[in-house]
Design a protein around this ligand. Structure first.
Ligand SMILES: *[C@@H]1O[C@H](CO)[C@@H](O)[C@H](O)[C@H]1NC(C)=O
Ligand SMILES: *[C@@H]1O[C@H](CO)[C@@H](O)[C@H](O)[C@H]1NC(C)=O
Length: 340
């Protein structure tokens, strides 16, 4: 009789973890050679060796495997997978990717508050209604704020024109600096909407393509007004009830979450909730709906959030985030949407 392979895998994993805890990670694991070679990664900076990168990657891989083993034991409701951000340390990743900081002082704006009189549907998914463009990829640039903003504007344009137009993040990156946005080093969805408002338009991705850099000057072309914005609404801070009503009645809404945990970075599938997630938001995303599913005999509600880390991340580029429990990852702390 042989041991089930799953059990063997779990034992090997435990062993790997023990070694890692003892600090024995300097010798690369030969069994992982092929996986490392196939890992899509940025060119190794000249000041470090490939071995250093590989060590980071192997450490991340072990953490992912440990999490997935815990998931099989019922300790988590979601699984992780290695992805194109796997050779970055937590610190590097958060410096590079999470380009949103909490705005303490928003400009005065109309506030969307939950209304007791409003009944919302049990499920909403704007993707099915044609409001949402394909998942994009911000690359190694902290421009999440621009992707979150174009997502909300794309929904708005679709509602008004019946046409789905992919909008330009690069236009926002290159042209909204004077409003306090900082290109690949962070920005704010509300200030992106403000730019579109002040500028009287935003170009399409087709006319003004994404480069994942922030060193170009503004090349806005007034001949291509693919979007407009006449006002900006804020959703009552911290209220998932208000956010639900906004998503149900308005369309896709820009939100910010705490995406700094390794679990969020390597999320693959399931309903995400984590004790590692705080209320300090640092990453712009797009709420495109919400729903409920049966998980291990319990009914669990979730937000459907569109990310800008390519389709390789999460559920084809999306995450289902636990909804209605405790404002998980601060999802309702900084929600906003443009109107026309
Ligand atoms: C746009 O939104 C309004 C009000 O929410 C709605 O009645 C209308 O059907 C929407 N249009 C499209 C094309 O979805
Ligand atoms: C935006 O506004 C301009 C000027 O009012 C108008 O010509 C254009 O059609 C609008 N575009 C969209 C996508 O709403």
């Amino acid at each position: 009789m042989s041991l089930p392979s799953g059990l063997l895998g779990a034992m090997a994993l435990r062993l790997g973890l023990l070694l890692a805890l003892l600090g024995c990670t300097t010798a690369p694991d030969a069994a992982l050679e092929e996986a490392w070679e196939g890992h899509p990664r940025a060119p190794t900076p000249s000041h470090e060796t490939e071995a250093t990168r590989r060590e980071v990657w192997e450490k991340n891989l072990r953490r992912i495997q440990q999490h997935n083993w815990e998931e099989t034991q019922g300790q988590h409701t979601f699984r992780l997978a290695m992805n194109h951000y796997g050779d970055l340390t937590d610190e590097e990743f958060n410096q590079l990717l999470n380009g949103f900081t909490l705005l303490r002082q928003e400009k005065p704006a109309p506030l969307f508050q939950a209304s007791a009189a409003l009944k919302t549907p049990v499920e909403v998914d704007w993707r099915a209604k044609g409001y949402v463009t394909p998942v994009k990829n911000q690359g190694h640039c902290g421009s999440c704020w621009a992707f979150s903003a174009t997502g909300a504007l794309e929904g708005l344009v679709f509602n008004r024109t019946g046409k789905l137009t992919v909008l330009s993040e690069q236009n926002l990156i290159d042209c909204s600096r004077k409003l306090g946005n900082n290109g690949c080093h962070g920005g704010y969805m509300t200030r992106a909407f403000q730019y579109v408002h002040d500028n009287g338009g935003l170009n399409s991705e087709h006319v003004y393509p994404y480069t994942a850099t922030d060193t170009s000057s503004c090349r806005y072309d007034p001949q291509d007004r693919a979007a407009n914005c006449s006002a900006i609404w804020l959703v009552a801070q911290g209220s998932e009830a208000a956010l639900e009503q906004a998503v149900a009645t308005v369309g896709p809404v820009s939100v910010a979450v705490d995406a700094s945990s390794f679990q969020f970075r390597f999320y693959k599938s399931g309903i995400f909730s984590s004790v590692l997630c705080s209320q300090r938001v640092n990453h712009g995303m797009l709420a495109v709906g919400y729903g409920t599913s049966q998980e291990r005999g319990r009914s669990v509600s979730y937000w459907i959030l569109k990310n800008s880390w390519s389709e390789a991340w999460g559920e084809r580029g999306y995450i289902r985030l636990l909804k209605g429990a405790d404002n998980q990852c601060g999802v309702a702390n900084q929600a906003s949407f443009p109107v026309l």
